[in-house]
Design a protein around this ligand. Structure first.
Ligand SMILES: [Fe+2]
Length: 252
């Protein structure tokens, strides 16, 4: 039963809601809110402003996911966890009752195999086995199949970040089916519903929603501009449609 249906006690077959907006998402998943570690927020103040606004939107928890890439963003638990703790302290000082966790958005690059081998990955979820991965935008990496297999063998549940944004998949949609058949979960970006990235990305987002292939949604917020667009997403028919799927967000 989808999130809207759980809240309103409606049957799965009911027509998608058209009433006044109620945000059904309690857990925001996928953002870049650890200051100064990637292309997301730069200061602790910017981070706190966005976190406070997520709380006002009705979120009880934010799982933020800084980039980890071997070339550009050499982050890991050792630098991210102390920064998460600082932010938690600031949230407590400001009396903002928001749970904050840090995971990561791992780029599938040549060094990722090694990271899996070493363990100590930044994961999340009830069993701390969910892991968010992203792919290059230009072409699918050659080691993707191997990496996904290695993750699964090691007991992780891979989640592919914003599959609608990879045009090589949007242009070859059977690839979506293949990845789903391999047990990969898909996380859709909320701003894709608005057409923020491009019309083509929006079309792929609608395709994934129409075909019930979305497992989680996330904002991928890097800055206040991204955040400021989220209320518009909540008004979209396709936002309501995606919330009628079996989204995992509120169970994280
Ligand atoms: Fe991201």
């Amino acid at each position: 039963m989808g999130i809207f249906n759980k809240i309103f006690g409606k049957k799965e077959s009911s027509v998608v809601s058209t009433g006044p907006f109620v945000n059904p998402l309690e857990v925001e998943f996928h953002s870049h809110l650890i200051p100064g570690v990637d292309d997301g927020v730069e200061t602790i103040e910017q981070s706190l402003e966005i976190l406070e606004n997520f709380h006002k939107l009705g979120m009880r928890k934010v799982i933020t996911t800084p980039h980890i890439m071997s070339d550009y963003y050499k982050n890991g638990p050792e630098n991210l966890i102390p920064l998460r703790d600082q932010l938690r302290e600031k949230l407590a000082e400001k009396n903002i009752p928001l749970e904050l966790e840090v995971a990561a958005e791992y780029m599938v690059d040549d060094a990722f195999d090694k990271k899996i081998e070493n363990g100590n990955l930044l994961t999340f979820g009830p069993k701390k086995k969910h892991i968010l991965i992203e792919l290059p935008f230009m072409s699918e990496p050659n080691n993707l199949k191997k990496v996904l297999f290695e993750l699964q063998i090691a007991g992780y549940q891979p989640i592919l970040a914003h599959p609608e944004r990879y045009l090589y998949m949007g242009n070859n949609r059977s690839r979506y089916e293949e990845l789903k058949d391999q047990g990969i979960l898909f996380q859709l970006n909320l701003l894709s519903i608005l057409g923020y990235y491009s019309k083509q990305v929006q079309d792929s987002a609608f395709y994934l929603i129409d075909n019930k292939m979305v497992d989680l949604v996330g904002s991928d917020t890097h800055n206040m501009r991204h955040f400021s667009l989220i209320p518009q997403v909540f008004e979209q028919k396709y936002f309501r449609k995606v919330c009628d799927l079996e989204l995992l967000n509120n169970n994280l």
